[in-house]
Design a protein around this ligand. Structure first.
Ligand code: MIC
Ligand code: SF4
Length: 761
């Protein structure tokens, strides 16, 4: 198997060759027509389950084995994924896999300076990733190549493909008709070691798009609207499938924006059916042969006709959106589902006491950095400059990939941004993931930023809780940057120019694709060598950034008795609250060191303090990571308690491995986000949900929790717990779990990885 800088046509043909026969099995098994998501799932279903007509394929119930076509990993999660892969003892990865260096580049000065600083500062991590990639047959996209999801869209995704990626925004590739699922590193290790990807058969949400976007409305507004309708947990366990005449009017990269941000509603993934726009994108990115192959099987790459005609019969829920009347939206702060139309934000901000003035405006991220996005944003800047207007606040732009950067440079678009005073940052995540070295004077007070990114949790961009982040389309970001305030409606309001005249901004105009085609820019891809026997993986034993992994202990067969509650979290407890990014990204390859951030962002329900609580062993108040360390060293196992959608957000498995490493036995919450729940199972921590959610309120700071009857842990059977109050009184209650028999084996073995290792002995 060779891993190239793009998907070889042979791989595509191989996937298409089985469509006809496998879809026939799917239709027979379900006794009806198929949606697009179901088609792709059936075409990637494990052979044993496909062959067995009695094997259950049931939405939100059965766990099924899937065989993805490839694996993609970004640098901040690849380290832990590959450290785990190394312990499995395989000579090569079993499916084509790539590593993308995008998260570790700090945004400070400009693209060139920041890239150089990253290459020096992250040298040992990049050396590790490059050498481990070479050793195991993995393609390596070095720093500067771009954000993983943009590169995957440009090179690896294709209609009908299935990809898993160690990043929650992997679904971006749904814009090109791929079922692309964000997973934790341990899931990636399964697939890279030749095991299937095991996931619960998803529910299906259909989004029927009619009409056509116009004026200031952009693809981003569709997903901002969907986020409002479904909320941050409404997509949990579901694939969102977009269809209808409106879908066909959206460019491929616009579709990717919509699928990308499906991560914000917790969806397993999102997908669009194959159409002309995808074909145009494939051709423009030098994949003519794939477009031709897709054309030949086009009917298999979209939902069956009956599904399109009677969606309510096929989807668990159908949402209708008329693009012709959809208005520009802006969501935030603190949560991506807090939506309103752009024109209403000023009034709401005044009411809420949010600063109206904008302190910075940011365009880019994996969500919105396509050629079309940049041309639309640039068209406003050009018109503004011609009319004596200039941006009033710092404007930062991160191109999504080297290919996009080189193309927008060639076509004069970067020049337009630079002429407007914008700072062009490296092709990387940068300020989207807290890698923004922002002057303190900008955020030592409450301040408002507007971005074209996808997430806006507190501290997400610049590490400051003072920063209120609002997410919107790139064109709206630029319009607001020209206004300098969120109290501006680009559709109806005017701005005063240098000459004192009133100027109305022009309606943004973009180009779907570069008329002269894309130019690849600098080559940043390194293919693995044919013979890697001489390659040595570089991990220094004295490194504070990389640490080889020790296996977790198997379950000792005993119940968990009288566990202290390390944390009872109040409100949102996202993966950013559990394992912060920003400065902590540098320890992503060192489990012990990164555990120094455990729960630092979590709000203590007993005190409202952030990141600290009571150490039950000595009664003192300490930071959560210090308490966890103390418990760990004292051999004291513990539990954490939380509210809804625990682990929302990122795929980072550190949020599961850190508690595991420090001795967490169970996480007991009202509900979980999908990837995080899977990560906990993989690492041998019990993910439990209150059978009666009101028990959450009864849990006190000095209480202890016992998890009993564990030897009878079984699929579908609730677990018994006992809450013991400081005065000795007890309350018995139950918790649910979604552990399949296989997951219970992982729990007993101590982790899923221990099972893989055992199977190789
Ligand atoms: C994110 O957007 O939160 C990240 C950073 O890309 C994460 C991955 C990570 O934490 O490394 C994600 O979305 O999975
Ligand atoms: Fe990077 Fe931000 Fe996209 Fe995550 S959401 S992959 S941090 S650009």
């Amino acid at each position: 198997m060779t891993v190239e800088a793009t998907t070889p046509i042979e791989l595509v043909n191989g996937v298409y060759a089985t469509l006809e026969a496998r879809l026939a099995v799917g239709r027979e098994r379900l006794g009806r027509s198929l949606t697009l998501a179901e088609k792709i799932l059936f075409n990637h279903l494990g052979a044993a389950q496909l062959a067995d007509p009695t094997a259950p394929v049931e939405r939100a119930v059965s766990y099924n084995d899937l065989r993805p076509d490839r694996v993609a990993m970004q640098d901040a999660t690849a380290q832990m994924a590959l450290l785990q892969f190394m312990t499995a003892g395989l000579p090569q990865v079993a499916v084509p896999s790539t590593v993308h260096c995008d998260h570790l580049i700090q945004a400070k000065v400009d693209a060139k300076t920041d890239l150089l600083a990253a290459e020096q500062g992250n040298k040992e991590v990049y050396d590790f990733l490059e050498s481990v990639s070479a050793k195991y047959g993995i393609g390596f996209w070095g720093p500067g190549s771009g954000i993983i999801h943009q590169v995957v869209l440009e090179q690896y995704a294709f209609p009908g493909a299935m990809i898993i990626g160690t990043d929650s925004h992997t679904p971006n590739a749904g814009g090109l008709g791929t079922i692309a699922i964000g997973v934790g590193g341990a899931d990636a290790v399964d697939v890279m070691t030749g095991f299937p990807f095991n996931v619960r058969w998803p529910k299906l949400i259909g989004v029927h798009l009619t009409g056509e976007l116009n004026g200031w409305s952009a693809p981003k507004d569709i997903i901002l609207k969907v986020a409002e309708i479904l909320t941050v947990k409404g997509g949990t366990g579901a694939i969102v499938e977009y269809f209808g005449p409106g879908a066909e009017s959206i460019s491929c990269t616009g579709k990717a924006t919509i699928c990308n941000m499906g991560a914000e509603i917790g969806a397993t993934t999102s997908v669009f059916g194959y159409d002309e726009a995808m074909s145009r994108y494939l051709k423009s990115t030098a994949r003519e042969a794939i477009a031709d192959a897709a054309d030949a099987v086009a009917a298999h790459l979209r939902a069956d006709d009956d599904v399109l005609a009677n969606p309510a019969d096929y989807f668990d829920q159908v949402i209708e959106i008329d693009l012709s009347t959809l208005q520009p939206h802006i969501n935030g702060p603190h949560t991506p589902d807090l939506a309103r139309e752009v024109k209403d934000l000023g009034a709401e901000a005044r009411e809420q006491g949010w600063p109206l003035e904008i302190s910075s405006a940011l365009v880019g991220s994996c969500t919105n950095s396509s050629y079309e996005d940049i041309t639309r944003a640039a068209s406003i800047l050009r018109h503004a400059a011609d009319n004596g207007l200039s941006v009033k606040v710092p404007l930062l732009i991160t191109p999504g990939s080297e290919q996009v950067r080189a193309t927008i440079e060639r076509d004069g678009l970067l020049g337009t941004f630079e002429a407007a005073g914008a700072t062009v940052l490296a092709n990387a995540c940068g300020p989207c993931i807290g890698q923004w070295s922002r002057p303190e004077a900008d955020n030592d007070h409450l301040n408002t930023i507007v971005t074209s990114y996808n997430r806006n949790f507190p501290k997400r961009n610049d590490g400051s809780a003072n920063t209120l982040a609002f997410v919107t389309s790139p064109e709206t970001v630029v319009a607001l940057a020209l206004a300098g305030t969120v109290d501006f409606d680009p559709i109806n309001d005017t701005l005063t120019n240098a000459a004192g005249e009133q100027v109305k901004l022009t309606v943004p105009e973009g180009l779907e694709l570069p008329p002269a085609g894309f130019t690849p820019g600098e080559n940043t891809f390194i293919a693995p060598p044919e013979d890697s026997s001489g390659v040595e993986v570089k991990v220094s034993p004295t490194s504070d950034r990389l640490q080889l992994l020790e296996p977790f202990e198997p379950w000792d067969g005993n119940d968990y008795l009288a566990l202290p509650i390390l944390l009872k979290a109040k409100g949102k407890c996202t993966t950013d609250h559990i394992s912060m990014a920003g400065p902590w990204l540098k320890y992503r390859g060192h489990l012990e060191n990164i555990s120094g951030n455990l729960f630092l962002g979590a709000v203590n329900a007993f005190t409202d303090a952030v990141g600290e609580g009571k150490d039950q062993l000595d009664g003192t108040t300490k930071s959560f990571p210090d308490i966890a360390k103390h418990y760990h060293e004292a051999g004291q196992p513990w539990i954490a308690v939380g509210d809804e959608n625990w682990g929302e957000g990122s795929s980072r498995e550190h949020a599961a491995m850190e508690p595991r490493f420090r001795g967490a036995k169970a996480i007991l919450v009202r509900s979980f986000a999908r990837i995080h729940e899977a990560n906990l199972k993989k690492q041998g921590v019990l993910p439990l949900t209150f059978a009666d959610p009101s028990v959450y309120d009864a849990i006190g700071e000095d209480d202890r929790i016992s998890v009993v009857g564990l030897s009878e842990l079984a699929d579908g059977k609730p677990v018994d717990l006992v809450l013991t109050k400081p005065d000795g009184t007890t309350v018995s209650f139950q918790a649910n779990h979604t552990m399949s028999p296989e997951h219970i084996e992982w729990f007993k073995a101590g982790s899923a990885l221990n099972i893989i290792k055992a199977s190789r002995k």
